[in-house]
Write a protein that binds this ligand. Structure first.
Ligand code: FES
Length: 159
């Protein structure tokens, strides 16, 4: 994925005079390009004169920062106990087979990142998939096909 350094520089300028705003700066960059690649961390380090090691320690301390590319859409499969007993492992298999990736990976076209999570607090709806923050419960293979095939408007959202 090619980084748009013009956008990155615009964000750096926004925080240039605020030495206390390193986290906000990293958050804005992360929101813009969906992760913090090494080349960007090094560029920011040069621009704001903060050591690369300091930026990496912040980027790895806060779980909201990602050092690997993220997909345009984030898919989370709940593997908590209630979802697990209602078939979450099979649903995860369906999703990973459909997208041809393993949990934690991003599709080659950059469209989807798949992760597993442990209980998102909607146990009665299991098995559950979260797509870009929206919950889809009582998951079936058919729902997965519709959701990941790009027609989520036909799939009832559960929460
Ligand atoms: S176990 Fe899946 S939402 Fe609680």
């Amino acid at each position: 994925m090619k980084v748009d350094f013009e956008k990155v520089n615009g964000i750096i300028e926004k925080y240039r005079d605020d030495r206390e705003a390193i986290i906000a700066l990293l958050q804005d960059i992360s929101a813009e390009i969906r992760y913090l690649p090494e080349e960007v961390i090094r560029h920011v380090s040069d621009e704001i004169e903060v050591p690369v090691s300091r930026l990496y320690s912040l980027a790895t301390f806060y779980t909201s920062f990602r050092l690997e590319p993220r997909g345009e859409h984030e898919v989370q499969i709940c593997m908590g106990t209630a979802c697990h007993v209602r078939g979450a492992p099979r649903m995860l298999e369906n999703v990973t087979q459909k997208l041809n990736i393993k949990p934690g990976e991003t599709t080659g076209d950059g469209k989807f990142t798949v992760e597993t999570v442990n209980c998102v607090g909607a146990c009665a709806l299991g098995p559950l998939l979260v797509l870009d923050g929206k919950y889809y419960g009582k998951l079936t293979q058919r729902k997965i096909e519709k959701l990941l095939g790009g027609s989520d408007d036909e799939v009832e959202q559960s929460c």
